[in-house]
Design a protein around this ligand. Sequence first.
Ligand SMILES: [Zn+2]
Length: 476
Amino acid sequence: MISTLTVMSTVPSVISSATPSIEVTDVIYEVNDQGDLTIQVTGNLIGISVDISQFHLKIPEEFEVATLVDGSPIMKFIDNGSAQKMMLRENQLTTVFILRTFNSTLLPINYTFEINSSSLYYSGFITPQWPQQEQSQAFMGGVGASVSYFDDPYITSFHAYDSDKGDTEHVKTYVHNPSDYNAYNIQGMRYKIDSSTYNDFNDWTQTYSESSGWIYFHQTYVVHDYLSPMFTSNDGLSRYALNTGTFTVTEVYTYGSRLFGGGWNDYYYPSVSEGEFLVSVQPGTHPVFIAYFANSKWWSEGYSDPATKITEASRYFSSCYSVTLLPMPYSLYWYPPSYYTTSQLLTNLRIKAGDVLGLTGNWMLIDGTHPDNHGFDVVAGFTGYWSDHVGAAGKNYLVVTGGSTIYGNRLNDPEVENVFQHELSHCYGAKDRWDWEFWYGQPSVMSKPLGMFLFNHWGWIDYNIMHPRRGQFDGA
Ligand SMILES: [Zn+2]
């Protein structure tokens, strides 16, 4: 689907050389279904006469307007800047370029072009202008575009890109300012995401804040956001993870302020082709989304953030099974009683996870990713209280405690990663073993008791169980 974003009015050009020039008659901006920007320039060559074989028009590399600190481009040609289409007939030229924006960008931008024939070289500027208000209303694109205030900015187009599990979800929104005189900024964007794979998954993301300044009259802002793969809903009541499958952005909301007072906002309802995106597991990888809880005793006992321990354990899972453990961006709180057994802790965790993640029921158990768990794969609970054991696990959940009353030993911080690795291995089917299976001369992480767990290797028995199941959290 091609939606016309904007049609340009007549734009004069300035040529640096003496007599020959290009009189630009139209610059048309379009957004294709990939969310890329198509720029079509039409005009007349004046003062020279060349045929198509002599004529080469290109927009120079400087059109890569700028790069960010990390070297990533803001805007870049598809196909290295060569025109997608180029016509010259009786000195009337039409040329089409397609550009992809990578970062939030204000349009239009001034750009230069070159004419390179065998004997002549010219360069000049094109300074596009956005159309008058009535034109922009007429050409307003998108299925669900709405105008909340006659002159206020509105969303004209949207695109969500396919992504890999664990990566940010890239979305692009075009916001146009039709006003003749007023400038606006964008203070925030939110996206309502729906899933057909995961149940009860239809909610607004947190707000993504745009801080790139003002949209002046007849400008359009291309807003790029990179959505966190595990996110908290805007109302703070639910949490979601973009696990594998098809998702759809069904609604886009933006708001900001006016230069001349007050605020504005707009809702947009993308068509399916605009809003739908697929999340896949990159071949050869097995990312696992882990929601985790820690109680106040965990912190007061001086333990590290469980996320760092999960990340440490991930090194071993990664090298052996290509499994990458991805903890939520922050720790969640739970309040298990101090006297609970690990079995009771597991039950408590299921109830708490259901509440805090906003599930319809408790955390659901399954060997793999359960469609009722909002896209999360595993839930882990950390408590600083002692329990009967230092850890316990079931199909897709586990707990780690501050010490074992049975063995009379405190769990020290450096051992947390090891216990976590042991417990998560249970989720992959590995069993406790009291004999020491040797693996290159060392006992297995599943061997116990051994004082505390001090070994990160898996024995061959564990490996033979876990390796075939390494993809079990690849999605529901
Ligand atoms: Zn065990």
